[in-house]
Write a protein that binds this ligand. Structure first.
Ligand code: ADP
Ligand code: MG
Length: 792
């Protein structure tokens, strides 16, 4: 058992403005427990939290300042937890902080660079690497991904996520067994045999979460996400199984609503926006106070799910994410205060070892059978009915293969059936007599030949005919199966040709086939448990549905999408990723070629060495020259070259492996960005359609227009940006409605604007398909753009 308090770490997000310095300082002098001091600016200090202090000091295990890399965060925070999970202990890492402070960045990672990948992908990579190294145990890994929103649990890996809305999915519910163990109903577990499969699942979950999110339901700030790696291990032949879970938790934004009292004074009882965080705090308070017998875990779903992580059987780590800017001071202080309480909680982690009853049953069944056999022999229990034709045939086959087996240890297993034992002796006697008659050795082929020379008895003939019929049937079944497989493969090819990236991957795969050291390098293997959700095919279908639906779009919409894409801030990211991906691909390809060359070279060197060997031996035998006592210099040279080549091969192979993971990750990031783009386009398009209809004279609607999405530094800044921009539009465009109508006519001279406004109510405007409506909206968008250009 390991007793340990919850470890707390702080991470400060890079600030946008440099002049924000001086708000905090990190004291590293106290080597053991560094502390973070938050200094209140003068104007805020007055009356802040009813209290005249000017600075606050908080202790953390370690504090990671603005420039610390993701790699450092993983090495220091996540790796130790991953190691204890590999050893069989439960682990939890949760990120806590206000929205925008870097929780998702820390747990999952940034969407732009490979080096930005967060704790989840790095931990997966680490765990799978360790599993591969350890061949002494059999490991199984499963993944689940839970989202808790408004006290309801959703399975982010449910394949139905895509087709149905959040509300229609079965809710994940908490069940408690008599031992107070928590079980989650409707949460699917997906086996992942490789890092790649696990990453795919992470991607699927994140994408599903994004798809479900609407402006009204800002799930990503209000919901909690729990990505869980379930690891079980057992030694071969043992019935003891070790099971450990690693929860990686991205909590909802911890921001609170502060009640403002008379004179703008902040009152202390700021309340969480998120109710379940409030319950989390209650649990933390109860746990950190001594002598509290009742811990209110059951008050909320999140505290029930994390029950083991808080004051239970788990090694838990908290990362307090801080965005230390002036306007975030109070939130940052409350995040730190929360962390200080969490640090008081003691957990007791135990090894989760269990005896697997299934394995015991199998072992016992075998034992019972052996005992029964023994008993039958001892008691002399006899069976009288004759052996069937099939049984006799099978027995004779066994005898033949027994006789042919070169292994002197081989046994003829017939069980404790006296009839079979007798038949064996008869058969052997017959063979022996035949051998005596013909004076030749017994070879099974000859036995058959002899038999065939004799006229076939009616019975034997029938037997052979039956076998023939049976084989025929088997062949038919196999042929049908083969046909089906072929058709499936063709369908898959057709299917994946839609997704260019998939096709590209399969066509120009730079990875050498049949690599001796890396079965994992072969094309993505199919998952074993949940074929519907974790295959890349599912992913491509998801993308096809969400991003590649241009074929189903009307021309108007397609064109609008192109405009939208061009102006979207993310398109730069997608382009950048594409470029990097291209580079990595060609690097991988070149590497693949070099690896192949190295392999050929190694083969040749091996051959040369063998030849040299044969030469030397031949010389020795012929006796013309005495066997060389000195080592053969040429052979040594060849050997050292071989060593060198092997080293090179290994180095390149390792690099290629890493490249492959990077490529896969970049592809996932890009795919995710595409889904996001499509989603935002749809929202924007629907909005345009609404404005067009609601404000029939299109001029008015410009008031309601939103600019294309930008990359804001924060939500706060975005809202400022939005309001200022729309003001500009309003003031510039409203006074002169003329040019709009003019340009409207330019884009479609024959139809007056009013005629082309769809008659149908707003709510029934379909997102796809109605090309007349679509072209109207497009014309409208274009018109507005040309005005914006003219008015500067
Ligand atoms: P949260 O999940 O807490 O709401 P995010 O992780 O989404 O916050 O972070 C908000 C923004 O800040 C994102 O654009 C993210 O990329 C960026 N960000 C957060 N932490 C860092 C960091 N350590 N380095 C660089 N960018 C960061
Ligand atoms: Mg987030």
């Amino acid at each position: 058992m390991v007793k340990q308090t919850i470890q707390i770490f702080a991470r400060v997000k890079p600030t946008v403005r440099k002049q924000q310095q001086g708000i905090y300082s990190i004291d590293e002098d106290e080597k053991l427990t560094p502390s973070l001091e938050i200094i209140l600016p003068r104007d805020l200090a007055d009356g802040f939290v009813n209290n005249k202090r000017e600075s606050y000091r908080f202790k953390f295990q370690r504090i990671f300042d603005q420039n610390e890399k993701q790699e450092t965060i993983f090495e220091n925070i996540a790796k130790p937890v991953a190691e204890s999970v590999l050893a069989g202990y439960n682990g939890t890492i949760f990120a806590y902080g206000q929205t925008g402070s870097g929780k998702t960045f820390t747990i999952t990672g940034g969407a732009e660079r490979y080096s930005d990948r967060g704790i989840i992908p790095r931990t997966l990579s680490y765990i799978f690497e360790q599993l591969q190294k350890d061949s002494s145990k059999i490991y199984t890994t499963h993944i689940s991904y839970l989202e808790i929103y408004n006290e309801c649990g959703y399975d982010l890996l449910d394949p139905r996520h895509e087709a149905s809305s959040l509300e229609d999915l079965p809710k994940v519910t908490v069940l408690e067994d008599p031992d107070q163990n928590i079980h989650l109903k409707n949460l699917s577990l997906h086996q992942a045999t490789t890092e790649e499969e696990a990453l795919n699942l992470l991607f699927l979950g994140d994408t599903n979460r994004m798809i479900a999110e609407t402006p009204m339901n800002q799930a990503s700030t209000r919901s909690h996400c729990i990505f869980t790696i379930h690891l079980s291990s057992k030694e071969p032949g043992s019935a003891t199984v070790r099971q450990a879970k690693l929860h990686l938790v991205d909590l909802a934004g911890s921001e609170r609503v502060a009640k403002t009292g008379v004179g703008g004074q902040l009152l202390t009882e700021a309340k969480y926006i998120n109710l379940s965080l409030h319950y989390l705090e209650q649990v933390i308070i109860a746990l950190s106070e001594k002598h509290r017998s009742h811990i209110p875990y059951r008050n909320s779903m999140m505290t029930s799910v994390l029950r083991d992580s808080l004051g239970g059987n788990c090694m838990t780590t908290m990362i307090a994410t801080l965005s230390l800017e002036k306007r975030n001071i109070d939130e940052s202080i409350s995040t730190c205060r929360f962390a200080q309480r969490v640090a008081l909680i003691k957990n007791e982690a135990v090894l989760n070892e269990e005896i697997d009853p299934r394995l015991i049953i199998i072992r016992l069944q075998k034992e019972i059978q052996e005992l029964k056999d023994e008993l039958a022999i001892v008691t002399g229990e006899q069976r009288t009915e004759a052996l069937t034709e099939a049984e006799l045939l099978q027995l004779e086959k066994r005898i033949t293969s027994f006789l042919e087996d070169q292994d002197p240890e081989s046994k003829l297993e017939v069980g404790a059936d006296m009839r079979k034992i007798h038949h064996c002796f008869h058969y052997l006697k017959k063979l022996l007599n035949d051998k005596k008659i013909h004076g030749t050795s017994i070879a099974s082929s000859e036995i058959k030949d002899q038999n065939s020379q004799e006229p076939l008895k009616e019975e034997e003939y029938k037997k052979l005919r039956d076998i023939l019929q049976q084989r025929d049937n088997e062949i038919n079944i196999l042929v049908t199966m083969l046909k089906k497989e072929k058709k499936k493969a063709q369908d898959a090819l057709h299917f994946s040709s839609v997704d260019r990236s998939e096709l590209r991957r399969s066509q120009s795969s730079p990875f050498p086939p049949g690599n001796p050291e890396g079965p994992r390098m072969l094309p993505p293997s199919a998952p074993t448990q949940a074929p519907d959700s974790s295959t890349s095919q599912y992913r491509s279908s998801l993308l096809h549905g969400k991003t590649g639906m241009k074929e189903e779009m009307s021309f108007g919409r397609q064109e609008a999408f192109e405009i939208f894409k061009r102006d979207h801030a993310d398109s730069v990211t997608i382009e950048d990723s594409k470029q990097i991906l291209k580079q990595r691909f060609s690097e991988a390809k070149a590497l693949g070629e070099s690896i192949n060359e190295a392999r050929i070279k190694i083969g040749r060197l091996k051959e040369e060495i063998t030849q040299r060997h044969v030469q030397q031996v031949a010389l020795g035998i012929s006796g013309n020259t005495p066997a060389p006592s000195a080592p053969d210099l040429l052979e040594e040279k060849l050997r050292s070259r071989l060593q060198e080549e092997k080293r090179r091969y290994k180095a390149m192979f390792t690099r290629l492996k890493a490249l492959k993971v990077e490529i896969e990750h970049l592809q996932l990031l890009m795919d995710k960005a595409k889904v996001k783009l499509q989603k935002e386009f749809e929202a924007w398009w629907a909005e345009e359609a609404t404005s067009l209809q609601v404000n029939s004279p299109a001029v008015n609607s410009l008031n309601h227009m939103k600019p294309f999405p930008q990359t804001p530094e924060s939500q706060h800044e975005r809202s400022q940006l939005l309001s200022s921009k729309s003001d500009v539009y309003a003031s510039k465009i409203l006074p002169s409605p003329g040019p709009l109508l003019h340009s409207q006519e330019q884009s479609s001279p024959s139809t007056p604007l009013e005629d082309r406004i769809p008659e149908r109510p707003v709510s029934s405007v379909p997102l796809t398909g109605d090309s007349r409506t679509d072209s109207d909206i497009l014309a409208f968008i274009k018109a507005r753009q040309s005005i914006l250009q003219r008015t500067g």
